[in-house]
Design a protein around this ligand. Structure first.
Ligand code: C2E
Ligand code: MG
Ligand code: MG
Ligand code: MG
Length: 283
């Protein structure tokens, strides 16, 4: 175990560690620069509604434009943004861009239910999170229900009391919450019962496993039906094949997010989906 301030410790730094630290530093510099010139792009992944083939919701996902290091994906830069604290300002940027887009969709008459935005745990450590979100909504004149905030169980577990109180504050203003990546962490039923959560997103690993693991399939179906009966809306994540979509529908899951129906895409491409112009015929 490493102790702070202990002397005489030998720090072994091999080439791979050095390379990793250099990479992390370079990515951090790129994040700072993109934050300064607002170069981040927000992609939108339209989410399919089983009952009518529409796309009433989308998830906002951050993208970095091409960098000198080549493409860098969220799985790499989000953890670095969290570690460096840059994620806080990045999220406010995402929220502003999303609200601007939602304003446009509403102005153009979209039958939109909302757009969801991912929140990191650091975001909940900001005392003014709820006020800041309210300010952004107000600026763009967006009713709170159109913005859905996605949190993972690990965010909740890291600081239950603080997270709960911020969530309740936001929920009172009408902001809705989705529990993301359900089934990968603690899958704590009490989180679903006691937090103001409107939606649960079943993680793609569970959807994928269900196709060749009967026991997994039975559990996913039971959980989906039970949550559904309790008034919690269900989303299946990571659906790539017709078999997976059929499985999700058999489970009574209302919404499907996956490459099968729509990939994350730039705003202009997502617009027709969310306007309801682009509907898929139920296969
Ligand atoms: P997430 O919130 O669970 O987002 C869903 C991820 O699944 C996205 O990856 C999406 O592109 C991917 N996905 C959707 N459908 C499919 C499918 O059919 N097959 C497969 N294989 N993947 C699919 P992405 O955009 O690379 O983002 C990865 C993670 O990075 C997100 O997972 C989220 O945790 C984080 N992230 C992305 N944008 C933001 C952001 O603005 N803020 C924060 N805090 N985190 C973000
Ligand atoms: Mg998410
Ligand atoms: Mg997810
Ligand atoms: Mg995920």
């Amino acid at each position: 175990e490493a102790k702070e301030g202990s002397t005489g410790r030998v720090v072994v730094c091999d080439d791979r560690m050095v390379a990793r630290m250099k990479r992390k530093h370079a990515v951090t510099e790129i994040l700072k620069e993109e934050l300064l010139n607002q170069g981040f792009e927000v992609y939108y992944q339209p989410i399919y509604r089983c009952k009518d083939g529409g796309f009433p919701v989308a998830e906002a996902l951050l993208r970095l434009p091409d960098t000198p290091l080549g493409p860098i994906y969220p799985d790499e830069f989000i953890p670095i943004a969290e570690e460096t604290g840059l994620i806080v300002q990045m999220t406010y940027l995402v929220l502003a861009k999303v609200c601007k887009f939602v304003r446009r969709l509403l102005d153009e008459g979209a039958k939109l239910e909302g757009v969801s935005v991912n929140l990191s745990v650091l975001q909940f450590m900001q005392r003014d999170l709820a006020d800041h979100i309210a300010e952004i909504l107000d600026y763009y004149q967006i009713p709170a229900r159109f913005i859905k905030l996605e949190i993972t169980e690990s965010v909740v577990a890291s600081n239950y009391e603080a997270v709960l109180s911020v969530m309740e504050k936001l929920a009172k203003k009408g902001v809705q919450f989705a529990l993301d990546d359900f089934g990968t962490g603690y899958s704590n039923l009490s989180y679903v019962m006691h937090l103001p959560v409107d939606m649960v997103k079943i993680d793609r690993s569970l959807i994928w496993s269900s196709l060749n693991n009967d026991r997994c399939a039975t559990l996913v179906e039971a959980v989906s039906r039970t949550f559904g009966q309790a008034g919690i809306r269900m989303i299946a994540e990571g659906v790539e094949t017709g078999e997976q979509a059929a499985f999700a529908q058999r489970c009574g899951i209302e919404l499907i997010q996956g490459f099968l129906y729509a990939k994350p895409m730039p705003q202009e491409e997502a617009l027709p989906y969310l306007m309801g112009v682009k509907e898929l015929v139920n296969k």
